[in-house]
Design a protein around this ligand. Structure first.
Ligand SMILES: [Zn+2]
Length: 66
């Protein structure tokens, strides 16, 4: 039995905006085009995306030692 490791074919993720296949080497990843990237950005700015959870917990590195 030949058990040669095959390269895992990663399915390209579709554009989150329009669902079109995204060029894995494209410059607009994960979107298919600059337009879709702008659309997504606009959604964020409009508050369309609800982010669950509260503020990110940052490590307290700002301790005053002295
Ligand atoms: Zn798109």
């Amino acid at each position: 039995m030949a058990d040669d490791p095959k390269p895992v074919a990663r399915p390209a993720r579709p554009c989150a905006v329009c669902g079109k296949p995204v060029d894995p080497a494209g410059r607009f990843r994960p979107f298919c085009s600059a337009r879709c990237r702008q659309v997504d950005l606009g959604r964020w700015l409009a508050g369309d995306y609800a982010i669950p959870g509260d503020a990110p917990d940052l490590p307290e590195e700002d301790k005053t030692a002295g």
